[in-house]
Design a protein around this ligand. Structure first.
Ligand code: NDP
Ligand code: 2IT
Length: 447
């Protein structure tokens, strides 16, 4: 598939990591991008930079026993993949979802290396989580799970070592329980060891909004390179969690109309534009299901329990739920409906077939590692505020986020053009993200 030595490295990585399809998918995409610059950097091959980059620095797997409300002992599996620390402490979220396994955590951690590099901030890449399903669990059960999880993980963390945050199933509630247990075990108020904290205890303004806001800003930037913008556009959003809700809010602020939201039970279409107060009430406060949105919207929205949210005709699509949620058939439908831009709020939501179809059709496509980098960037700003015992205003924090997102967009555009692939944000993001990490690794010698 690739010229050697890229092909040799690729084969070694595949052989060493069997049965991990999402990880393979993420690696393959990066290798395809790096093939574009093959031959330009013999020093990388000479020092086996890519082979080292693909092998996590450390992988932790641990038992998480806890007692449920009925008094029964439950056992989950916890993970933390400390992938690469060339640019800073391992940084990346924790995902609590029944589908979590080592391959999922590795794909997320691998993506995180390049994403974090693109932010220009001093953060390495990592990811973690557990196959714990918070849905239907009481606050007490979630607390006991988080305490048990942190009882093992705390010895591997530290503000200069490894700094987790949220992801699917992990929000401010879970970060609170995790931080409380870390503080108790270590007897240190080490605020910078976790990000996404509550605003009263070390959290930073705009972190909650940052991923979704950033994805909408990235979509707007892509449209602007084509003489358009989000203003007046109909936008489909999948998911109805942290990323989706704040992507919708920023779309609205930029003059667009978010018309859909979804969860694993189906999707809603609200032609007038989503009522974000209602969506937040149902999802953030009540932890309810998306069908309730349509029920409580007084006939203005409809719930669809089958099919795909991408069937709704729109100008812009923001997949903000989970990996591989937008496949080739969905991409075909979106293209037929004249979609102009797709920006990934989620990590790897588009299948490779979908990405190829967008490219063929000339749709502006922003990959997650660029388009959703606002969340981790705001986490790095939270670490900065914690380290300086300071708290910035919302306006200042949002300005920094906007600068970072427009900067990432510009980096992708410039890098893609420089390597002869103008307009290819996948190549731009992968090459630019890789080079910084690779150069730091070269500087450090063989470690
Ligand atoms: P949340 O847990 O807040 O929300 C996740 C949403 O996606 C829910 O609506 C959920 O529905 C849906 N979803 C999750 N898994 C599935 C599935 N297997 N099938 C269908 N729907 C699913 O998570 P976030 O909003 O934080 O994360 C969403 C995506 O964004 C993830 O890919 C995450 O990795 C990525 N991301 C998150 C960042 C952050 O700062 N939080 C930063 C960058 C990327 P249901 O409740 O029914 O499962
Ligand atoms: O995928 C991601 O970038 C995140 N879940 C956020 C990571 C972070 O450390 O804020």
């Amino acid at each position: 598939m690739f010229d050697s030595p890229l092909q040799d490295t690729y084969e070694q990585v595949m052989r060493r990591n069997p049965g991990e399809p999402e990880f393979h998918q993420a690696v393959q995409e990066v290798f395809e991008s790096l093939a574009v610059i093959q031959g330009r950097h013999p020093e990388y091959a000479e020092h086996s930079i890519l082979l080292r980059l693909c092998e996590p620095e450390r992988q932790l797997i641990f038992r998480v026993p806890w007692v449920d409300d009925a008094g029964k002992v439950q056992v989950n599996r916890g993970f933390r993949v400390e992938y690469n620390s060339a640019l800073g402490p391992y940084k990346g979220g924790l995902r609590f979802h029944p589908s979590v396994n080592l391959g999922i955590v590795k794909f997320l951690g691998f993506e995180q290396i390049f994403k974090n590099s693109l932010t220009g901030l001093p953060i390495g890449g990592g990811k973690g989580g557990a196959d714990f399903d918070p849905r239907g669990r009481s606050d007490g059960e979630v607390m006991r799970f988080c305490q048990s999880f942190m009882t093992e993980l705390h010895r591997h963390l530290g503000e200069y070592t490894d700094v987790p945050a949220g992801d699917i199933g992990v929000g401010a509630r879970e970060i609170g329980y995790l931080f409380g247990q870390y503080k108790r075990l270590t007897n240190r108020y080490e605020a910078g060891v976790l990000t996404g904290k509550g605003l009263d205890w070390g959290g930073a303004l705009v972190r909650k909004e940052a991923t979704g806001y950033g994805a909408a800003i990235f979509a707007d930037e892509m449209l602007r390179t084509r003489g358009a913008s989000l203003d007046g556009r109909r936008v489909a959003i999948s998911g109805s969690g942290n990323v989706a809700i704040y992507a919708a809010e920023k779309v609205r602020q930029l003059g667009g109309t978010p018309v859909t939201a979804s969860d694993s039970s189906g999707y809603v279409v609200d032609e007038d534009g989503l009522d974000l107060d209602l969506l937040r009430q149902i999802k953030e406060v009540e932890r309810g299901r998306i069908g309730e949105y349509a029920e409580r919207r007084g006939g203005r929205a409809r719930f669809v329990g089958t099919g795909s949210v991408w069937e709704v005709p729109v100008d812009v699509a923001l997949p903000c739920a989970t990996q591989n949620e937008l496949d080739g058939a969905d991409a075909k439908t979106l293209v037929e409906h004249g979609v102009l831009a797709v920006a990934e709020g989620a990590n790897m939501p588009s299948t490779p077939e979908a990405v190829d179809l967008f490219a063929e059709a000339g749709v502006a496509f922003g990959p997650g590692k660029a388009a959703n980098a606002g969340g981790v960037a705001a986490s790095a700003l939270e670490m900065q505020q914690n380290a300086s015992r300071d708290a910035w205003t919302f306006e200042h924090s949002e300005e920094r986020l906007t600068q970072i997102m427009t900067g990432i967009h510009a980096t992708c555009v410039e890098t893609a053009a420089e390597v002869g692939r103008p307009g290819d944000y996948v190549v731009g993001a992968n090459v630019a993200g890789f080079r910084k990490v690779a150069d730091a690794m070269l500087a450090f010698g063989v470690i």
